[in-house]
Write a protein that binds this ligand. Structure first.
Ligand SMILES: [Ca+2]
Ligand SMILES: [Ca+2]
Ligand SMILES: [Ca+2]
Ligand SMILES: [Zn+2]
Length: 704
């Protein structure tokens, strides 16, 4: 009989994405468990044994409500960040610890909101969480590590490979900007945890969104009151959701969460519906305990664990294969949790706007991000900068010469000095690029992303050069996106700096080829093209392209679409007239993920566009005559002005560069103007003749 029910629990774990969860997919623990079971079916044995174990616990023992010995769990927070708001403060983490400790000792200020029917089973868990004060090497720590990585955008379990401390010693909590897990359901996973019975040394711990850590700082307005981590901590300590096995058979020991004093729940409860009674086979038939931390109700609704849940957690804290090693006094010594040392600071810094490129002659504002101790003195060394040293916390440094420059910061306090070197961190670009229009970039250079164009490190996603798909030549760029890339994550591809001044007056255009098919109806990825005229300090959007504006066509291809013919590539054009005088512009192609399909990019051209303009006069051979054409030297141009004002003539090479020449005006009798172009090199040329502010283009050829 039991075996059947265990299978049912197992199936519910595997099928839990099939729950009709509401808008927020609060906890990713079930999906995570189902995923690791798929790759490691042997874990089913551990789960079955664990479920059997907790079903035998006496979860209604009244002694459990008495205050026992507080068990202390050493904790480390690993903040994974890219110097954005996800790099949360120590104060915000301490606020989370306070909320955890109140919840696990029933000291929260809203215990009075527990309904009287449940007050008798509400329990102090006798647990406190303390930040580690010694790291795995025995060094002084504040229990917070900080790691720069784009994996914060949705790396999920991959962040655990960036940094982890031994799991039988510390509870590892990774703080990230985005969790991708089950993003396809359209919700947002706020956190996920490993259960003690089926985990391993490399995956164990909790991943949580930075803006759900605590109830202050970046988490102050989400309404969850810091209780997401209370919930995930429950999983880490061995608790299931009350809806895990649904209403089950009515035997509380073998269904739901295997705990008798938590009424079974059919599906996760959201909001705070205190009248819902989703299962009626419980004896006695109670309403759902929406105040329990292990359901999905709003944080403001949650306020209790139960005695039965405490019995399960006590079991975890008594078994070496579960969590008992974390709370031994030996471990408290190892982790220093009952000591309060002052630590040497760890040096960390970036620029205030997180941008590391600047024009020659410009300046950079540096920002101190040092942590782990109070800094009493700063020593900066700024290669190529003016000044080249500083003792300020946040110096502003000028860079007068183009190049790549290293920045070094040493931070000191009574406990020691720590130094961080960021090699070639700052790129100072020349105020005038030596790459002039016309530009033609087909991404054929295998080293294009090595010091020329820039695409920043991403998890698996973002811009890559590929040779399997292209519009022309042998290669193109792909902004790699699929169902696993986090919703609304952006991936940037930045060009080299270009000098557009040669196209002045010649209607410069940016033209490029894109290929794209959406994976989801009406929900296309977006490609936004930006321009900068200050070497990347600020970016102005030129245009955002979705399918409605020419990115691709609305033909749904579920995943992995690649263009196979040139016809599948659209040509898009942007007017650069407003930038024609700039001698140092860069373009940024930013792909925004909708967890759908890749965007492909090739054949980028920046050139004068003499021909296509609404202002051009209709070409009329009677108005302008060029002769001889072809010519071996001199060219005569007769212009029948027909009363129009003659504004002049310009000659351009085929690549759009204006040719300097001495105009010789022969006659200008009011109706006809004749110009003679002196001898020029063989080639194809365009004459642009302007009458009354409108112009005509005539092509002519010079032969040797
Ligand atoms: Ca139950
Ligand atoms: Ca019920
Ligand atoms: Ca190409
Ligand atoms: Zn959960």
């Amino acid at each position: 009989m039991k075996k059947i029910i265990y299978s049912a629990i197992f199936i519910s774990l595997l099928a839990s994405t099939g729950h009709s969860y509401a808008q927020i997919h609060k906890c990713g623990t079930d999906e995570y468990a189902a995923e690791i079971l798929k790759t490691n079916p042997d874990l089913l044995k551990s789960i079955t044994a664990y479920n059997d174990e907790i079903s035998k616990l006496n979860t209604s023992d009244q002694k459990l409500s008495k205050k026992g010995t507080t068990r202390t769990i050493p904790v480390v927070f690993h903040v994974i960040h890219t110097y954005g708001p996800e790099n949360i403060s120590k104060a915000q983490i301490e606020d989370q610890l306070r909320i955890m400790n109140e919840a696990y000792q029933r000291l929260n200020s809203d215990t009075s909101a527990t309904r009287s029917i449940f007050k008798g089973v509400a329990s102090d868990m006798d647990i406190e969480f303390k930040l580690a004060r010694k790291d795995p090497n025995g060094n002084c720590t504040e229990g917070i590590t900080r790691t720069y990585s784009n994996l914060t955008d949705g790396g999920d379990d991959a962040v655990k490979n960036l940094i982890r401390w031994p799991y039988r010693t510390y509870l590892n909590i990774w703080v990230v900007k985005n969790i991708v897990r089950d993003a396809s359901a359209g919700g947002r996973v706020l956190g996920y945890a490993t259960l003690p019975a089926f985990t391993n040394s490399t995956a164990d711990g909790i991943v949580i969104l930075s803006d759900y850590v605590g109830n202050s700082g970046t988490a102050s307005s989400n309404g969850n009151k810091g209780r997401v981590l209370v919930h995930e901590g429950g999983h880490w300590l061995g608790l299931y959701h009350p809806f895990q096995g649904g209403c089950g058979s009515g035997d509380c020991n073998n269904s739901g969460d295997y705990i008798c004093d938590t009424p079974p729940v059919s599906d996760p409860n959201f909001g705070c519906n205190k009248s819902i009674n989703s299962c009626s086979n419980d004896i006695p038939n109670q309403v759902d305990m929406v105040e329990n931390y292990m359901d999905y109700a709003d944080g403001s609704c949650q306020n209790m664990f139960t005695k039965g849940q405490k019995a399960v957690v006590d079991n975890s804290l008594s078994k070496t294969n579960l969590r008992s090693l974390n709370i031994t006094s030996a471990n408290h010594t190892t982790t220093g949790v009952f000591t309060n040392p002052s630590c040497a600071a760890i040096a960390d810094f970036n620029t205030t706007n997180n941008i590391v490129t600047v024009c020659q002659g410009g300046s950079i504002n540096f920002k101190d991000y040092s942590y782990n101790g109070i800094v009493t003195s700063y020593a900066w060394t700024l290669e190529g900068g003016t000044p080249s040293t500083s003792t300020l916390a946040a110096p502003t440094i000028s860079y007068n010469n183009a190049g790549n420059y290293t920045v070094t910061l040493s931070v000191t306090n009574a406990q020691g000095t720590n130094t961080l070197v960021k090699t070639k961190m700052i790129t100072v670009l020349p105020s005038q690029s030596n790459i002039a229009t016309p530009i033609s970039e087909g991404f054929e250079d295998a080293q294009i992303l090595n010091g020329k164009w820039a695409a920043w490190e991403t998890a698996d996603y973002g811009w890559k050069r590929l040779t399997t798909t292209k519009y022309a030549g042998n290669a193109a760029m792909e902004a790699f996106i699929d169902g696993g890339s986090a919703l609304n994550t952006t991936y940037s591809l930045v060009s080299q700096p270009y000098n557009l001044s040669a196209t002045q007056g010649l209607l410069p255009k940016l033209k490029f080829r894109v290929a794209y098919r959406p994976a989801i109806t009406g929900n296309t990825e977006v490609l936004t093209v930006y321009i900068t005229t200050d070497c990347g300090q600020t970016w102005k959007p030129l245009k955002a392209y979705s399918n409605a504006t020419g990115l691709g066509i609305d033909k749904i291809v579920e995943s992995g679409w690649k263009p196979t013919t040139q016809a599948e590539w659209n040509e898009l054009t942007l007017d650069l007239k407003a930038y024609e005088t700039f001698k140092n512009v860069m373009f940024k192609f930013e792909a925004r993920s909708r967890s759908g399909n890749s965007i492909y990019l090739d054949n980028i051209n920046i050139q004068a566009d003499l021909i296509s303009t609404g202002k051009v006069l209709k070409p009329n051979s009677l108005l302008v005559t060029v002769y001889p054409n072809p010519s071996k030297g001199l060219v005569n141009i007769d212009i029948e002005t027909e009363g129009k004002r003659y504004d002049g003539i310009k000659i351009f090479t085929i690549s759009g560069q204006e040719l300097a020449f001495d105009k010789t005006l022969i006659t200008n009798n009011g109706t006809t103007t004749t110009q003679i172009i002196p001898k020029i090199e063989a080639g194809i040329y365009f004459a642009q003749i302007t009458l009354d502010g409108q112009f005509i283009i005539k092509k002519f050829i010079i032969i040797p």
